[in-house]
Ligand binder design. Structure first.
Ligand code: ADP
Ligand code: MG
Length: 302
């Protein structure tokens, strides 16, 4: 279970006049996501979705609030310099009874992340990309470590799952946009994470490929569900149809600063039909919420 408690993120920025200025990207977001659900974060560009997702994954620290996954605190990457370490200890002195414990008992989380712009290495072939993720996951696993041959076999198995069986030795530049994104998906799934965070994963492909990738994602999710422990997927999107079609719940963010405007459950059984009237009715409700935001903005700018 993912629990976000009063998450806020404040950036200090320099404006066009060269003056320091504050920008609140995320404001007081509290949210619980149960295991095995597909949840979409939906909102206009610039409302803080990516910032919130990165906070969920521990890629950046919130300025307010905490994230727990299965009861364990999520922390941003360890600070590199001594100065940062001192600031880090100071920051967590109220959360951990022993601030140093934060360093010692650093919790590990089973999370994989997929970004909009095909986060695959261009200098590695498809299978090398997946093997790389598996090698990283292998480090420090002791007796559980996979042998080299088993690792390669697993990489191939996940490529086949993602429909890339025949492309193992191709480089990303030799694959289409949709295939590159499937490769990113294969790599994320290969480490068998409990949670996948996706930031507009299908934004860079054409409409038809996008629908195919959505179905692919649902198929892969259903496979993990059939195995008894479905993975949790948190997906950032600004596409209403995508959010409704994929999700168990849609979290609608307000324009900047991002706060939760609405939570809309989608209680339609899978597999779903894109033309299901119940689905379209929910889409219209979500569009109406956006309309409200747009009108508000128009009103403010008069
Ligand atoms: N590192 C940063 N420094 C300053 N401002 C930032 C930084 N990252 C994001 N922002 C600002 O925070 C707001 C939210 O950004 P983002 O989370 O990327 O929005 P979204 O993903 O919803 O489009 C934007 O106004 C953006 O300019
Ligand atoms: Mg974004």
């Amino acid at each position: 279970m993912i629990e976000a408690k009063s998450i806020g993120k404040f950036f200090s920025v320099v404006n066009e006049k060269g003056m320091a200025e504050g920008l609140t990207a995320v404001l007081n977001v509290s949210l619980t996501i149960p295991d095995g659900k597909i949840v979409s974060l939906l909102g206009p560009s610039g409302c803080g979705k990516s910032t919130f997702l990165e906070i969920l994954g521990g890629l950046q620290a919130p300025t307010d609030g905490t994230i727990h996954i299965d009861g364990k605190l999520v922390l941003e990457p360890l600070p590199a310099t001594r100065k940062e370490q001192i600031a880090y200890r100071r920051r967590y002195r109220f959360i951990s009874p022993l601030a140093n414990g934060v360093f010692r008992d650093r919790p590990k989380h089973d999370i994989a992340m997929i970004f909009q712009d095909y986060a695959v290495f261009p200098w590695m072939t498809a299978v090398q990309n997946v093997e790389f993720a598996l090698k990283l996951r292998n480090a420090g696993r002791g007796a559980e470590r996979l042998q080299r041959a088993a690792l390669t076999e697993k990489a191939h198995a996940y490529l086949r799952k993602a429909g890339l069986g025949g492309f193992a030795n191709k480089y990303p530049s030799q694959l289409s946009g949709g295939m590159r994104q499937r490769l990113a998906l294969a790599r994320a799934l290969s480490v068998e994470p409990k949670i996948i965070l996706m930031d507009e994963p299908f934004a860079a492909v054409d409409a038809l490929t996008r629908e195919k990738l959505q179905d692919e994602l649902l198929r892969l999710w259903a496979e993990t569900a059939a195995g008894g422990s479905p993975i949790t997927i948190v997906l950032v999107t600004h596409d209403v149809h995508e959010a409704v079609y994929l999700s168990d719940e849609i979290i609608v963010f307000s324009p900047s600063p991002g706060t939760i405007r609405n939570r809309i459950p989608v209680e339609i059984k899978r597999p779903r039909a894109r033309t299901d009237p119940a689905l379209i009715e929910i889409e219209e409700r979500v569009f109406a919420l956006f309309q409200y935001d747009i009108n508000q903005e128009a009103w403010y700018s008069i």
